[in-house]
Unconditional design. Structure first.
Length: 327
C-alpha cells in the first residue's frame, strides 16, 4: 500500500520508452524518489532498462503492480493504454503519475479520477512543465496583471522524428498524432493563461501517410477576450518558443517546455526585465518531487479539473480537424 504522511516515494515504472528513460534518468536527482522496479512486456527490454537506470527488471505490468514495495507508479505507456493500466495501478493501491494526455477523452479520465477518489489515492497527469517553479512564476506574474489583460498567446511545440508503425505516436487512432502528443501542452498553456475554457476553436492538421496528424495548427478564443494560436508537430524542425501579449506589456520565452531558459517581460516603452528561476534539479526530478508533495498533502499543481478541461478542448479540436475520435 502507498505510504502516508511522507514525502519519500518508492517508484515503479510501467513502460520502457523514451519518456520513461527520461524520468528514470533524472529521478536520482530528486529529493524524494527512488526507482525500485520497471516493467516491460518483454524480459529483455526490462533488463536493458534496469542496466541503465537501476532498480529491478519486471516482466509484465501485472507483476509490477502486485509488488508491495512500491508507493507510486509512473505510467508512460502508449496513450491508448493509459486508462486500463491506471485503473489497475489504483486498484493495486498505488498513487499514479500518468503521462499526458492522461486519457483518450473526458469519459476515460473521469473514470480514472473517480477510481482514485474511491481508493483515496493521488492521480495526476504528468505535465512536467507545470511542476517547474519557473512556470509557476510565469503564471503568477500574468495572473497578477504584470502585462495587463492577456490578449494574444502564441505557443509552439515541435520535434522531428522518423515515422514508424512501431512508434505509438504514429499509430492511427484517437491516441496518436501531434495534437495529442505535444499540442496538448500548447492547449494547456493557453487555457491556464486565459483562466478559462475556450468557446471558439479551430484546428487544421496535415495527414501523414501513416494516417496520423504529424503537424497541426490551432486557434482558441476565450470568453475573456484572449486569443491563442498554436503549432505542434512530430516531423517538423522548429523552435519551442512562446509569446504572451497583453494590454500593458508582453512576455517572450525562447525555449519554454523544458524550462531551460528564463523569460523576458517587455514594457510598452521597451524596458526589458528578465526572469530566471534557478533550479539545480532537472525537470523530471522536479516533477517527481512535486508529485510527492501532493501525496504528502500539498496543493495540486495539475488538478483534475484542469486535466478534464484540457481533454475536453482536445476532443473538440480533433473533431474540427477531422482526426480519428472514439465516437
Amino acid at each position: 500500500m502507498a505510504m502516508k504522511n511522507s514525502r519519500h516515494l518508492r517508484w515503479g515504472i510501467l513502460g520502457t520508452g523514451r519518456i520513461a528513460n527520461k524520468f528514470a534518468g533524472e529521478l536520482p536527482a530528486s529529493r524524494t524518489g527512488r526507482l525500485v522496479a520497471t516493467a516491460s512486456r518483454t524480459t529483455g527490454a526490462a533488463a536493458a532498462f534496469a542496466r541503465i537506470h537501476g532498480g529491478e527488471p519486471v516482466t509484465g505490468y501485472e507483476a509490477l503492480l502486485d509488488r508491495d514495495d512500491l508507493d507510486a507508479v509512473y505510467l508512460s505507456l502508449p496513450n491508448a493504454l493509459h486508462c486500463q493500466w491506471t485503473l489497475a495501478a489504483l486498484d493495486a493501491g498505488k498513487h499514479v503519475l500518468c503521462e499526458k494526455p492522461m486519457a483518450l477523452d473526458v469519459a476515460e479520465a473521469s473514470r480514472m479520477f473517480d477510481r482514485a477518489a474511491k481508493k483515496r489515492l493521488i492521480l495526476m497527469e504528468a505535465f512536467m512543465y507545470r511542476a517547474h517553479p519557473q512556470t509557476q512564476k510565469l503564471f503568477d506574474l500574468v495572473a497578477s496583471g504584470a502585462i495587463g489583460e492577456v490578449r494574444l498567446i502564441r505557443a509552439n511545440f515541435t520535434f522531428s522524428r522518423e515515422a514508424s508503425h512501431a512508434d505509438a505516436r504514429f499509430q492511427n487512432g484517437p491516441g496518436g498524432g501531434s495534437l495529442m502528443d505535444v499540442g496538448c501542452y500548447c492547449v494547456d498553456f493557453a487555457r491556464t493563461l486565459s483562466a478559462g475554457e475556450p468557446h471558439q476553436l479551430e484546428c487544421l492538421g496535415h495527414r501523414h501517410p501513416l494516417g496520423v496528424d504529424d503537424y497541426a495548427a490551432g486557434l482558441l478564443g476565450f470568453p475573456g477576450g484572449s486569443l491563442a494560436t498554436f503549432t505542434c508537430g512530430m516531423t517538423v524542425l522548429s523552435d519551442q518558443s512562446a509569446h504572451i501579449a497583453g494590454s500593458e506589456g508582453r512576455i517572450e520565452i525562447t525555449r519554454f517546455w523544458q524550462a531551460k531558459e528564463g523569460f523576458s517581460l517587455i514594457s510598452p516603452k521597451g524596458a526589458v526585465e528578465k526572469y530566471r528561476v534557478r533550479e539545480k534539479r532537472p525537470i523530471y526530478a522536479v516533477e517527481a518531487d512535486a508529485f510527492a508533495a501532493v501525496v504528502a498533502g500539498g496543493t495540486h499543481w495539475n488538478p483534475p479539473a484542469n486535466t478534464l478541461g484540457n481533454l475536453r478542448t482536445l476532443e473538440i479540436l480533433r473533431d474540427k480537424a477531422g482526426f480519428p475520435s472514439r465516437s
